[in-house]
Design a protein around this ligand. Structure first.
Ligand code: CDP
Ligand code: CDP
Length: 230
């Protein structure tokens, strides 16, 4: 594994603002943004399309071994390619969202995904977001951030995001979906969603996107300064 420079790990529950701030931070620091949730979502989409039971670990392992998932940077942002097909929009469907945590709880699936994610991070400086980045994928990351926000605020954010995308949704249903996914992600045995002991927790409930991004830049700047003074 390489000697990380300012590799940044951002973890936290659903809709805490991870991907939004990760993209801003990555752009500012000229790093590559890697959305690990998109990888679990892509596998989930393929499982659904192939009528594979999301509780059948062996079938999913077999499926993953024949699956290419790529995160491609483009003018339109990050594209997610599943076996060379653009699935950037398809992986955000309600069906994928409601099934992804079941796929992601299998230890053998996580082991392979972590290996793929570490390979991606080996080649470049990254800002990576997910659930287990600071604890398992990049335990040596120099900046580890754990974003949280109240569940009401997170449901409201998803609701507003949907409105902006022309999708109507039910606020209470969004809240239930977020709570259910958080519960599965936090309670699973294999690398659950927990704050790494050396991560900085930021409660974003009443912070703007820019305020959160600024907090992360400040942490990255401290690391850079310490390095140059060494
Ligand atoms: O963006 P959102 O918070 O809706 O979720 P996501 O980052 O797209 O992740 C979708 C799901 O993938 C999570 O709810 C987890 O079940 C799983 N996941 C994971 O287990 N480990 C990761 N490093 C990233 C995502
Ligand atoms: O990646 P994750 O699921 O943690 O959350 P996200 O997709 O980055 O953020 C969910 C929504 O909350 C987006 O529409 C963001 O614009 C919004 N957001 C916000 O309003 N305030 C923040 N401090 C962070 C995100």
């Amino acid at each position: 594994m390489k000697n990380y420079t300012v590799t940044i790990a951002i973890d936290g529950p659903a809709a805490a603002g991870k991907s939004t701030v990760a993209k801003i931070v990555a752009e500012k620091l000229s790093c590559v943004y890697i959305d690990t949730g998109a990888m679990y979502r892509a596998l989930t989409l393929k499982a659904i399309n192939n009528s594979i039971n999301v509780n059948d670990e062996n079938a999913l392992v077999e499926l993953l071994s024949n699956t290419i998932i790529e995160l491609q940077q483009s003018d339109k942002g990050q594209l997610v390619l599943l076996d060379n097909q653009d699935v950037t929009a398809a992986i955000r469907s309600i069906e994928v969202t409601n099934n992804v945590s079941f796929v992601a709880q299998h230890p053998a699936i996580r082991k392979e995904m972590v290996k793929r994610q570490q390979n991606l991070a080996n080649k470049r400086d990254v800002v990576m977001d997910g659930r287990d980045i600071g604890t398992h994928v990049l335990p040596n990351a120099e900046v580890k951030i754990f974003l949280i926000a109240s569940v009401d605020e997170r449901a409201k954010r998803r609701y507003e995001e949907n409105i902006n995308n022309g999708i109507s949704s039910d606020l209470n249903e969004l809240k239930r979906e977020i709570e259910q996914r958080d519960k599965i992600d936090s309670k699973r045995e294999a690398s659950p969603l927990v704050k790494a002991s050396d991560a900085i927790e930021i409660d974003t409930t009443s912070l703007s996107i820019q305020e959160v991004a600024q907090r992360i830049f400040n942490e990255a700047a401290k690391i850079k300064k310490n390095k140059t003074e060494r």
